[in-house]
Design a protein around this ligand. Sequence first.
Ligand code: GSH
Length: 225
Amino acid sequence: MLRLHGFAFSNYHNLVKVVLVEKGIAFEEVPSYPPADESYLAKNPTGKFPCLELEDGSFLGETKVILNYLEEAYPQVPLLPTDALARARVRELMEVIDLYLELTARRLYGEVFSSSGKVSQEVRDSVRPLLSIGIAGLAELARFEPYIAGPELSLADFSALFHFPPVSIASEAIYGEDLLGALLPAAKPHRKLMQQREAVQRVQAEQLEDQKIFMQRPSRGPRVS
Ligand SMILES: N[C@@H](CCC(=O)N[C@@H](CS)C(=O)NCC(=O)O)C(=O)O
C-alpha cells in the first residue's frame, strides 16, 4: 500500500492526499513534522514534506511530481485532460500558483503559522508587489468555468483549494488585506464548489484537527526560509 509521509496541516501534503482520496487509491498516512530529522531525510533528501512511499518501498518527493506520477500510474479517475495542450494549461496554472503565489507568500508564513519570529520589513516590502503581480497573472490565466482550467475538474482545482488559503491568511495577517481575495474574487465561489466534494470535506476536517498539533510543536524554525 502507498504511504504518505508528512503532516495533515500542510497544504502540499493535502494536495497529494486529496488526489489519493479522489482517485480511490488505498494509502496510509505516516505522520512526520518539520524540521526533517535524519530518518525523514533518508526518505526525502530535500527535507520537504510530503513524500510518498511507493509499493516497492522507494520514495518520491515533490508534490507536482507525485501528482503526475499518480496520474500516470493510476489513470482511472483522470484529473488531467487528454489533449496535450489542455494538460499543459492545467500544469501552467499549477506552476503559477506554486511559484508566484505559494512560494512568494511562504516567506511570510514563519510569522503567521509558527513561532519562528517576525518577518523583516524588507521581506514584507518585497513580497507584497510580487504577490500582487503573481495573483494578477493567475487572474488572467484562470477560467473558473466553473473549474479553474475550464469546464472540467483537474489537478489545478486542488492546487488552488489548498494553496490559496495560506496565501490569503498570510496576506491578511501581514498587510491587513487579503490580496488574493481582492484580486481574484472568483476564488471564493470556486472554494465553495470544491468544498461540496466528500474527499475535500474529509481532508479539510483532518487538516483542522492537525492545526493545533502543528502550531504547538516545539519549533526549531524552517530549514530553509
Ligand atoms: N517543493 C515542495 C515544497 C513542499 C513544502 O514546502 N512543504 C513544506 C510543508 S507545507 C515543508 O516541507 N516545510 C518544511 C521546510 O521547508 O523545511 C513540494 O512541492 O512538495
